[in-house]
Design a protein around this ligand. Structure first.
Ligand SMILES: Cc1ncc(COP(=O)(O)O)c(C=O)c1O
Length: 396
């Protein structure tokens, strides 16, 4: 069999390989503390499940419009307008089977071969994969440790821009680092984007996974609405990762192209699930609030336990469900230089399973500090406590 040559450029989400290893470790009779994958061990709120069941019983089991059902598009536009302070209409919304499809469709719609694209690294690995797979040139930009969280160096980012740079991916409330731009940083980023006439994939997967403060959207800043395609997902806020429902939100001209790509890819998103999503947006919100409460408790415990380990430095992000502790000195102390060896040894010796910086894009040439990523969305507080105390003992 001769596979297409372009496949050599296709990356993947290697966190799934870590999951497979963790599952093997469990199958061999071991205890595993799953902190590797951003999946959730929290059930979708019952009212959403009931509305979806009803839609199925009511016969919403055939195809629906490629843009999504009109009522959901309308409600999602209203919801975003309320949370972002914007004025979208349903014409600005194309429903998707998850948040992720917006990434590949964004590049299909907006990128020509050879265009340069700024993207965060460490960052969600699918950006790098899709940029390269679709013939673009990735320009990684990074975050640095600040006082309370990771910060962007906008001068450093701007120096990477050339006349061939057309697009930028912005994932404020960032996976894996939990980074969040301050108001001034977000304003300065918007100015930079306008100055260089860039178009933006605004990945807002974690916009509503927030414990303190208020989320801000780049798309809501002056002159940015026409430059941004927003990735929206139901996965995290409503614990619906396996349902696969999200949306692309942005200028009508781009949304029409995205909807045409929908026809080519999947015809339409799952029909009856869209009625569950209507309930998610308009029905009882106590389920979503409880999800946030549970996640916050996990974050607080995990951060304080990690910071109690000599040599680990861990920020406490106000949003997302990720932690990105600096483990440079503990790796040194244990005699590890290699991320994979460290990760595997931790799994074997303690059962604590996590991803490392290596799972979030190709490492940059001048990187010195070492980081690992903990996702606390799929593990209960008691297990966080037990797992991290084993981890601490191992590292001490
Ligand atoms: C930054 C980021 N964008 C997009 C996605 C994809 O979300 P979904 O599971 O809804 O496809 C994820 C999922 O983890 C993510 O972390």
């Amino acid at each position: 069999m001769e596979l297409a040559k372009r496949l050599s450029k296709l990356g993947t989400e290697t966190a799934f390989a870590v999951s497979a290893e963790a599952a093997q470790h469990v199958a061999a009779g071991n205890r595993v503390y799953p902190l590797h994958l951003g999946d959730m061990n929290i059930k979708t709120p019952d009212n959403i499940i009931e509305a979806t069941n009803k839609a199925m019983q009511d016969g919403k089991t055939g195809y629906c419009p490629n843009y999504g059902i009109p009522k959901l598009r309308e409600l999602l536009a209203e919801d975003i307008n309320k949370s972002h302070g914007m004025d979208y209409t349903m014409e600005n919304v194309a429903i998707q089977p998850g948040g992720k499809p917006t990434i590949s469709k964004f590049f299909m719609a907006m990128m020509n071969a050879g265009d340069e694209v700024l993207y965060p690294n460490p960052g969600y690995p699918i950006y790098e994969s899709q940029i390269e797979f679709q013939g673009g040139v990735g320009l990684p930009y990074t975050y640095h440790e600040g006082k309370d969280n990771f910060e962007l160096d906008l001068d450093e980012l701007e120096q990477k821009i050339t006349p061939a740079t057309k697009l930028i991916v912005v994932n404020d409330l960032q996976n894996p680092m939990g980074a969040e731009a301050s108001e001034q940083e977000l304003n300065a980023l918007a100015e930079l984007i306008k100055r260089h006439n860039l178009f933006v994939l605004c990945d807002e997967a974690y916009f509503d996974i927030r414990y303190e403060g208020k989320s801000r959207s780049l798309a809501a800043l002056a002159g940015m609405k026409e430059r941004c395609l927003v990735l929206y997902t139901f996965s995290k806020k409503f614990a619906m990762t396996g349902w696969r429902l999200g949306a692309t939100i942005g200028p009508k001209e781009a949304i029409d192209v995205i909807a045409k790509l929908n026809v080519n890819d999947e015809s339409c998103s799952n029909h009856f699930i869209q009625y569950g999503a209507i309930e998610a947006l308009t029905g009882d919100q106590s389920g979503a609030m409880k999800i946030l409460d549970r996640l916050k408790e996990r974050r607080d415990i995990a951060v304080s336990m990690l910071n109690s380990i000599d040599g680990i430095r861990c920020f406490k992000p106000n949003a997302t469900f990720y932690l990105f502790p600096n483990v440079t000195s503990v790796m040194e102390r244990k005699g590890f230089d290699d991320y994979e060896k460290f990760r595997r040894a931790a799994l074997q010796e303690t059962g604590v399973s996590f991803c490392t910086r290596r799972h979030f894009g190709r490492p940059l040439p001048d990187e010195k500090e070492k980081y690992i990523r903990f996702a606390y969305s799929g593990i209960d507080v008691a297990d966080i406590k037990e797992g991290l105390s084993k981890f601490k003992d191992w590292l001490s």
